[in-house]
Design a binder for this molecule. Structure first.
Ligand code: FEO
Length: 392
Protein backbone atom coordinates (compact mmCIF):
# COMPACT_ATOMS: atom_id res chain seq x y z
CA UNK A 1 0.00 0.00 0.00
CA UNK A 2 1.24 3.49 -0.87
CA UNK A 3 1.52 6.41 1.55
CA UNK A 4 -1.88 7.99 2.33
CA UNK A 5 -2.43 11.71 2.84
CA UNK A 6 -3.92 12.79 6.17
CA UNK A 7 -3.47 16.58 6.00
CA UNK A 8 -1.32 18.93 3.97
CA UNK A 9 2.23 17.63 4.34
CA UNK A 10 1.24 14.72 6.65
CA UNK A 11 1.04 11.14 5.40
CA UNK A 12 0.30 7.73 6.86
CA UNK A 13 2.97 5.16 6.08
CA UNK A 14 3.65 1.75 7.54
CA UNK A 15 2.25 -1.74 7.25
CA UNK A 16 -0.96 -3.62 7.93
CA UNK A 17 -0.26 -7.04 9.45
CA UNK A 18 -3.45 -8.92 8.51
CA UNK A 19 -2.16 -12.36 9.48
CA UNK A 20 -0.44 -11.80 12.82
CA UNK A 21 -2.27 -13.70 15.54
CA UNK A 22 0.07 -13.40 18.53
CA UNK A 23 2.08 -10.59 20.05
CA UNK A 24 5.01 -11.24 22.39
CA UNK A 25 4.28 -14.95 21.82
CA UNK A 26 1.47 -14.39 24.31
CA UNK A 27 -1.22 -11.85 23.41
CA UNK A 28 -3.92 -13.00 20.95
CA UNK A 29 -4.51 -10.65 18.01
CA UNK A 30 -7.88 -11.81 16.64
CA UNK A 31 -7.99 -8.87 14.21
CA UNK A 32 -4.28 -8.65 13.28
CA UNK A 33 -2.62 -5.29 13.78
CA UNK A 34 -0.88 -2.42 12.02
CA UNK A 35 2.43 -0.63 12.52
CA UNK A 36 1.80 3.01 11.63
CA UNK A 37 4.61 5.36 10.69
CA UNK A 38 3.94 8.94 9.58
CA UNK A 39 5.78 11.28 7.24
CA UNK A 40 5.66 15.02 7.98
CA UNK A 41 6.96 17.40 5.33
CA UNK A 42 7.72 20.87 6.70
CA UNK A 43 8.83 23.78 4.52
CA UNK A 44 12.44 23.18 5.63
CA UNK A 45 12.71 19.72 7.19
CA UNK A 46 11.14 16.31 6.68
CA UNK A 47 10.44 13.87 9.50
CA UNK A 48 9.53 10.22 9.71
CA UNK A 49 7.59 9.33 12.87
CA UNK A 50 8.43 5.80 14.06
CA UNK A 51 9.03 2.79 11.82
CA UNK A 52 7.59 -0.73 11.58
CA UNK A 53 8.17 -4.30 12.73
CA UNK A 54 11.34 -5.58 10.99
CA UNK A 55 9.62 -8.28 8.85
CA UNK A 56 7.60 -5.47 7.24
CA UNK A 57 10.48 -3.04 6.70
CA UNK A 58 10.28 -3.50 2.92
CA UNK A 59 6.76 -2.02 2.87
CA UNK A 60 7.93 1.17 4.58
CA UNK A 61 11.06 1.39 2.43
CA UNK A 62 8.99 1.08 -0.72
CA UNK A 63 6.69 3.94 0.46
CA UNK A 64 9.83 6.02 0.99
CA UNK A 65 11.15 5.37 -2.53
CA UNK A 66 10.38 8.87 -3.76
CA UNK A 67 11.38 10.63 -0.54
CA UNK A 68 14.87 11.93 -1.22
CA UNK A 69 15.64 13.29 2.22
CA UNK A 70 14.68 12.54 5.81
CA UNK A 71 16.14 15.05 8.27
CA UNK A 72 14.71 13.55 11.45
CA UNK A 73 13.46 10.13 12.44
CA UNK A 74 11.45 10.12 15.67
CA UNK A 75 11.53 7.03 17.87
CA UNK A 76 8.76 7.36 20.45
CA UNK A 77 9.31 3.93 21.91
CA UNK A 78 12.16 1.45 21.72
CA UNK A 79 10.02 -1.69 21.36
CA UNK A 80 10.87 -3.37 18.09
CA UNK A 81 7.42 -3.27 16.47
CA UNK A 82 8.06 0.48 16.06
CA UNK A 83 11.82 0.76 16.26
CA UNK A 84 12.90 -2.46 14.54
CA UNK A 85 13.18 -0.98 11.04
CA UNK A 86 15.14 2.11 12.18
CA UNK A 87 18.50 0.61 11.13
CA UNK A 88 17.15 0.17 7.57
CA UNK A 89 15.92 3.78 7.52
CA UNK A 90 19.24 5.07 8.81
CA UNK A 91 21.08 3.07 6.14
CA UNK A 92 18.97 4.76 3.47
CA UNK A 93 19.24 8.23 5.07
CA UNK A 94 22.61 8.19 6.91
CA UNK A 95 22.45 11.92 7.72
CA UNK A 96 19.06 11.70 9.44
CA UNK A 97 19.08 12.47 13.15
CA UNK A 98 17.32 9.95 15.35
CA UNK A 99 15.18 11.85 17.86
CA UNK A 100 14.39 10.04 21.10
CA UNK A 101 14.05 10.60 24.82
CA UNK A 102 17.36 10.26 26.68
CA UNK A 103 16.20 6.96 28.19
CA UNK A 104 15.21 5.56 24.80
CA UNK A 105 18.67 6.31 23.43
CA UNK A 106 20.34 3.74 25.67
CA UNK A 107 17.63 1.19 24.96
CA UNK A 108 17.86 1.66 21.17
CA UNK A 109 21.62 1.23 21.33
CA UNK A 110 21.21 -1.95 23.43
CA UNK A 111 18.37 -3.44 21.37
CA UNK A 112 19.34 -2.45 17.83
CA UNK A 113 23.02 -1.52 17.96
CA UNK A 114 22.34 1.99 16.62
CA UNK A 115 25.39 4.23 16.60
CA UNK A 116 25.51 6.88 19.32
CA UNK A 117 26.32 9.60 16.76
CA UNK A 118 22.92 9.21 15.07
CA UNK A 119 21.02 10.48 18.12
CA UNK A 120 19.46 13.80 19.00
CA UNK A 121 17.83 13.42 22.41
CA UNK A 122 14.98 15.70 23.42
CA UNK A 123 13.80 16.75 26.85
CA UNK A 124 10.18 16.89 27.95
CA UNK A 125 8.52 19.91 26.32
CA UNK A 126 11.34 20.58 23.85
CA UNK A 127 10.33 21.81 20.37
CA UNK A 128 11.89 21.44 16.94
CA UNK A 129 10.88 23.53 13.94
CA UNK A 130 10.39 22.02 10.50
CA UNK A 131 9.90 25.52 9.02
CA UNK A 132 6.14 25.94 8.80
CA UNK A 133 5.43 23.11 11.25
CA UNK A 134 6.53 22.70 14.87
CA UNK A 135 7.00 19.47 16.76
CA UNK A 136 6.67 19.40 20.54
CA UNK A 137 7.96 16.34 22.36
CA UNK A 138 6.10 15.25 25.46
CA UNK A 139 7.61 12.61 27.72
CA UNK A 140 5.03 10.04 28.80
CA UNK A 141 7.03 7.53 30.83
CA UNK A 142 5.63 4.02 31.43
CA UNK A 143 3.19 3.97 28.53
CA UNK A 144 4.10 1.08 28.70
CA UNK A 145 7.91 1.16 28.87
CA UNK A 146 9.98 3.67 30.84
CA UNK A 147 11.27 5.63 27.82
CA UNK A 148 8.00 6.38 26.01
CA UNK A 149 7.14 9.82 24.63
CA UNK A 150 4.65 11.31 22.16
CA UNK A 151 4.82 14.21 19.69
CA UNK A 152 2.35 17.06 19.24
CA UNK A 153 2.31 18.80 15.86
CA UNK A 154 1.30 22.28 16.94
CA UNK A 155 -0.01 23.91 13.75
CA UNK A 156 -2.08 20.88 12.71
CA UNK A 157 -3.10 19.88 16.26
CA UNK A 158 -2.21 16.24 15.66
CA UNK A 159 -0.93 14.06 18.50
CA UNK A 160 1.32 11.19 17.40
CA UNK A 161 0.84 8.88 20.35
CA UNK A 162 2.63 5.62 19.40
CA UNK A 163 1.27 2.81 21.66
CA UNK A 164 -0.81 5.23 23.77
CA UNK A 165 -4.47 4.93 22.62
CA UNK A 166 -3.51 2.22 20.12
CA UNK A 167 -5.62 -0.75 19.03
CA UNK A 168 -4.62 -4.01 17.40
CA UNK A 169 -6.75 -3.90 14.25
CA UNK A 170 -5.78 -4.63 10.67
CA UNK A 171 -8.01 -2.46 8.50
CA UNK A 172 -7.85 -0.35 5.38
CA UNK A 173 -9.79 2.36 7.25
CA UNK A 174 -7.35 5.19 7.80
CA UNK A 175 -9.69 6.73 10.40
CA UNK A 176 -11.96 5.22 13.02
CA UNK A 177 -15.29 4.59 11.31
CA UNK A 178 -16.80 1.98 13.63
CA UNK A 179 -16.25 3.30 17.16
CA UNK A 180 -17.78 0.17 18.75
CA UNK A 181 -15.25 -2.10 17.06
CA UNK A 182 -12.32 0.14 17.91
CA UNK A 183 -13.55 0.59 21.50
CA UNK A 184 -13.32 -3.16 22.12
CA UNK A 185 -9.91 -3.49 20.44
CA UNK A 186 -8.50 -0.46 22.27
CA UNK A 187 -9.85 -1.75 25.59
CA UNK A 188 -8.24 -5.12 24.93
CA UNK A 189 -4.96 -3.33 24.18
CA UNK A 190 -5.26 -1.17 27.31
CA UNK A 191 -6.05 -4.22 29.46
CA UNK A 192 -3.12 -6.24 28.19
CA UNK A 193 -0.28 -3.74 28.32
CA UNK A 194 -1.38 -0.42 29.83
CA UNK A 195 -3.47 -1.44 32.84
CA UNK A 196 -0.45 -2.56 34.92
CA UNK A 197 0.73 1.08 34.76
CA UNK A 198 -2.66 2.62 35.54
CA UNK A 199 -1.29 5.23 37.94
CA UNK A 200 1.26 6.62 35.50
CA UNK A 201 -1.24 6.35 32.62
CA UNK A 202 -3.54 8.60 34.65
CA UNK A 203 -0.81 11.24 35.05
CA UNK A 204 0.11 11.10 31.37
CA UNK A 205 -3.53 11.29 30.35
CA UNK A 206 -3.97 14.49 32.33
CA UNK A 207 -0.75 15.88 30.87
CA UNK A 208 -2.03 15.36 27.32
CA UNK A 209 -5.57 16.57 27.76
CA UNK A 210 -4.37 20.17 28.11
CA UNK A 211 -3.49 20.03 24.38
CA UNK A 212 -6.01 21.06 21.75
CA UNK A 213 -6.20 17.96 19.56
CA UNK A 214 -7.97 17.59 16.23
CA UNK A 215 -6.64 14.11 15.67
CA UNK A 216 -4.78 11.36 17.52
CA UNK A 217 -2.56 9.25 15.27
CA UNK A 218 -1.44 6.11 17.13
CA UNK A 219 1.09 3.57 15.90
CA UNK A 220 -1.41 0.66 16.00
CA UNK A 221 -4.90 0.79 14.52
CA UNK A 222 -6.84 3.59 12.85
CA UNK A 223 -6.46 7.34 13.49
CA UNK A 224 -8.94 9.03 15.85
CA UNK A 225 -10.64 12.01 14.13
CA UNK A 226 -12.63 12.49 17.38
CA UNK A 227 -9.98 12.37 20.13
CA UNK A 228 -12.52 12.72 22.95
CA UNK A 229 -13.84 9.25 22.08
CA UNK A 230 -10.64 7.48 23.11
CA UNK A 231 -9.64 9.94 25.85
CA UNK A 232 -13.01 9.51 27.58
CA UNK A 233 -12.72 5.74 27.23
CA UNK A 234 -9.25 5.79 28.82
CA UNK A 235 -10.54 8.01 31.65
CA UNK A 236 -13.26 5.48 32.37
CA UNK A 237 -10.89 2.48 32.26
CA UNK A 238 -8.28 4.19 34.42
CA UNK A 239 -10.43 6.14 36.87
CA UNK A 240 -13.90 4.59 36.75
CA UNK A 241 -14.95 2.59 39.83
CA UNK A 242 -15.09 -1.22 39.62
CA UNK A 243 -18.48 -2.52 38.51
CA UNK A 244 -21.03 -4.87 40.04
CA UNK A 245 -19.52 -7.73 38.10
CA UNK A 246 -17.67 -10.98 38.80
CA UNK A 247 -15.05 -12.37 36.45
CA UNK A 248 -14.80 -16.11 36.82
CA UNK A 249 -11.83 -17.78 35.10
CA UNK A 250 -12.05 -21.52 35.73
CA UNK A 251 -10.91 -24.94 34.65
CA UNK A 252 -12.54 -28.29 35.34
CA UNK A 253 -11.23 -31.85 34.89
CA UNK A 254 -14.07 -34.18 35.86
CA UNK A 255 -17.00 -31.73 35.95
CA UNK A 256 -17.06 -31.20 39.76
CA UNK A 257 -15.69 -27.68 39.50
CA UNK A 258 -17.89 -27.13 36.42
CA UNK A 259 -21.00 -27.99 38.49
CA UNK A 260 -19.91 -25.49 41.14
CA UNK A 261 -19.31 -22.82 38.52
CA UNK A 262 -22.76 -23.38 36.99
CA UNK A 263 -24.46 -23.17 40.34
CA UNK A 264 -22.43 -20.19 41.51
CA UNK A 265 -23.06 -18.16 38.35
CA UNK A 266 -26.81 -18.68 38.89
CA UNK A 267 -26.49 -17.64 42.53
CA UNK A 268 -24.70 -14.44 41.57
CA UNK A 269 -27.15 -13.57 38.80
CA UNK A 270 -30.09 -14.07 41.20
CA UNK A 271 -28.48 -11.42 43.38
CA UNK A 272 -28.23 -8.90 40.55
CA UNK A 273 -24.53 -9.38 39.79
CA UNK A 274 -23.36 -9.76 36.20
CA UNK A 275 -20.85 -12.53 35.55
CA UNK A 276 -18.32 -13.22 32.81
CA UNK A 277 -17.04 -16.80 32.97
CA UNK A 278 -13.98 -18.01 31.07
CA UNK A 279 -13.04 -21.64 30.64
CA UNK A 280 -9.25 -21.33 30.73
CA UNK A 281 -8.83 -24.48 28.64
CA UNK A 282 -10.27 -22.73 25.59
CA UNK A 283 -10.58 -19.01 26.31
CA UNK A 284 -9.04 -16.05 24.53
CA UNK A 285 -7.02 -14.47 27.35
CA UNK A 286 -7.51 -11.05 25.74
CA UNK A 287 -11.27 -11.34 26.39
CA UNK A 288 -10.49 -12.23 29.98
CA UNK A 289 -8.21 -9.19 30.24
CA UNK A 290 -10.90 -6.86 28.82
CA UNK A 291 -13.33 -7.96 31.51
CA UNK A 292 -10.75 -7.59 34.26
CA UNK A 293 -10.71 -3.82 33.52
CA UNK A 294 -14.09 -3.33 35.22
CA UNK A 295 -14.71 -6.33 37.49
CA UNK A 296 -15.40 -5.72 41.18
CA UNK A 297 -14.58 -9.32 42.13
CA UNK A 298 -12.50 -12.15 40.67
CA UNK A 299 -13.38 -15.73 41.53
CA UNK A 300 -11.02 -18.46 40.32
CA UNK A 301 -12.53 -21.90 39.76
CA UNK A 302 -10.06 -24.77 39.91
CA UNK A 303 -9.75 -28.41 40.79
CA UNK A 304 -6.82 -29.46 42.95
CA UNK A 305 -4.24 -31.33 40.92
CA UNK A 306 -0.77 -32.37 42.08
CA UNK A 307 -1.67 -30.87 45.48
CA UNK A 308 -2.21 -27.35 44.09
CA UNK A 309 -4.31 -25.36 41.62
CA UNK A 310 -4.64 -26.66 38.07
CA UNK A 311 -1.73 -25.15 36.05
CA UNK A 312 -4.21 -23.29 33.84
CA UNK A 313 -5.75 -21.66 36.92
CA UNK A 314 -2.24 -20.76 38.10
CA UNK A 315 -1.62 -19.23 34.66
CA UNK A 316 -4.84 -17.21 34.94
CA UNK A 317 -3.86 -16.00 38.42
CA UNK A 318 -0.38 -15.09 37.20
CA UNK A 319 -1.83 -13.03 34.33
CA UNK A 320 -4.36 -11.30 36.59
CA UNK A 321 -1.54 -10.42 39.00
CA UNK A 322 0.55 -9.06 36.11
CA UNK A 323 -2.15 -6.78 34.66
CA UNK A 324 -3.16 -5.41 38.12
CA UNK A 325 -6.89 -4.87 37.68
CA UNK A 326 -8.81 -2.66 40.13
CA UNK A 327 -10.97 -5.51 41.53
CA UNK A 328 -11.51 -5.27 45.28
CA UNK A 329 -12.38 -8.87 46.17
CA UNK A 330 -11.15 -12.33 45.25
CA UNK A 331 -12.16 -15.87 46.07
CA UNK A 332 -11.56 -19.45 44.97
CA UNK A 333 -14.03 -22.24 44.32
CA UNK A 334 -13.37 -25.82 43.19
CA UNK A 335 -13.06 -29.42 44.19
CA UNK A 336 -10.32 -31.71 45.44
CA UNK A 337 -9.81 -35.45 45.81
CA UNK A 338 -7.82 -35.82 49.01
CA UNK A 339 -6.15 -32.54 49.96
CA UNK A 340 -3.62 -29.95 48.86
CA UNK A 341 -2.78 -26.27 49.15
CA UNK A 342 -4.76 -24.79 46.28
CA UNK A 343 -5.95 -21.66 48.06
CA UNK A 344 -2.61 -20.92 49.74
CA UNK A 345 -0.73 -21.30 46.45
CA UNK A 346 -3.17 -19.11 44.50
CA UNK A 347 -3.21 -16.47 47.25
CA UNK A 348 0.58 -16.37 47.14
CA UNK A 349 0.50 -15.72 43.40
CA UNK A 350 -1.37 -12.40 43.51
CA UNK A 351 0.74 -9.99 45.61
CA UNK A 352 0.00 -7.11 43.19
CA UNK A 353 -3.74 -7.29 43.66
CA UNK A 354 -5.14 -5.06 46.39
CA UNK A 355 -8.00 -7.42 47.11
CA UNK A 356 -9.79 -8.75 50.14
CA UNK A 357 -9.84 -12.56 50.07
CA UNK A 358 -13.34 -13.90 50.60
CA UNK A 359 -13.94 -17.32 52.18
CA UNK A 360 -13.22 -19.95 49.46
CA UNK A 361 -15.48 -22.90 48.76
CA UNK A 362 -13.68 -26.19 48.18
CA UNK A 363 -15.73 -29.37 47.78
CA UNK A 364 -14.36 -32.87 48.42
CA UNK A 365 -15.16 -34.68 45.19
CA UNK A 366 -18.57 -33.90 43.69
CA UNK A 367 -20.19 -30.86 45.34
CA UNK A 368 -22.88 -31.68 47.91
CA UNK A 369 -25.75 -29.66 49.38
CA UNK A 370 -23.36 -28.26 51.98
CA UNK A 371 -21.08 -26.95 49.19
CA UNK A 372 -23.97 -25.40 47.26
CA UNK A 373 -25.05 -23.67 50.47
CA UNK A 374 -21.48 -22.34 50.87
CA UNK A 375 -21.62 -21.04 47.28
CA UNK A 376 -24.89 -19.26 48.11
CA UNK A 377 -23.17 -17.69 51.11
CA UNK A 378 -20.22 -16.57 48.98
CA UNK A 379 -22.60 -15.04 46.40
CA UNK A 380 -24.44 -13.28 49.24
CA UNK A 381 -21.16 -11.92 50.64
CA UNK A 382 -20.11 -10.62 47.21
CA UNK A 383 -23.52 -8.95 46.69
CA UNK A 384 -23.21 -7.25 50.08
CA UNK A 385 -19.61 -6.16 49.50
CA UNK A 386 -20.46 -4.75 46.08
CA UNK A 387 -23.39 -2.83 47.56
CA UNK A 388 -21.25 -1.46 50.41
CA UNK A 389 -18.74 -0.29 47.81
CA UNK A 390 -21.47 1.30 45.68
CA UNK A 391 -20.60 -0.86 42.64
CA UNK A 392 -23.07 -0.43 39.80
FE1 FEO B 1 3.58 -1.32 19.92
FE2 FEO B 1 5.10 -1.32 22.98
O1 FEO B 1 4.95 -1.57 21.16
Amino acid sequence: MKARKIKEGIYWMGAIDWDRRLFDSLIPLPDGTSYNAYLIEGSEKTVLVDSVDPPMADKLLSQLQLVSQIDYLISHHAEQDHSGAIPYILSKYPDAKLISSPKAKGMLIDLLGISEKSFLTVEDGEVISLGNKTLKFIHTPWVHWPETMVTYLEEDKVLFSCDFFGSHIATTDLYVTDEGRVYEAAKRYYAEIMMPFRNTIEKNLEKLTSYDMEMIAPSHGPIYPRPSFIIDAYRDWVLGPPRNMVVLPFVSMHKSTMKMVDYFVGALVERGISVEQFNLAVTDIGKLAINLVDAGTIVVGTPTVLAGPHPLAAYGAFLANAVRPKAKFLSVIGSYGWGGKTVEILAGMIPNLKVELLEPVLAKGMPSEKDFKALDNLAETIARKHKENNMK
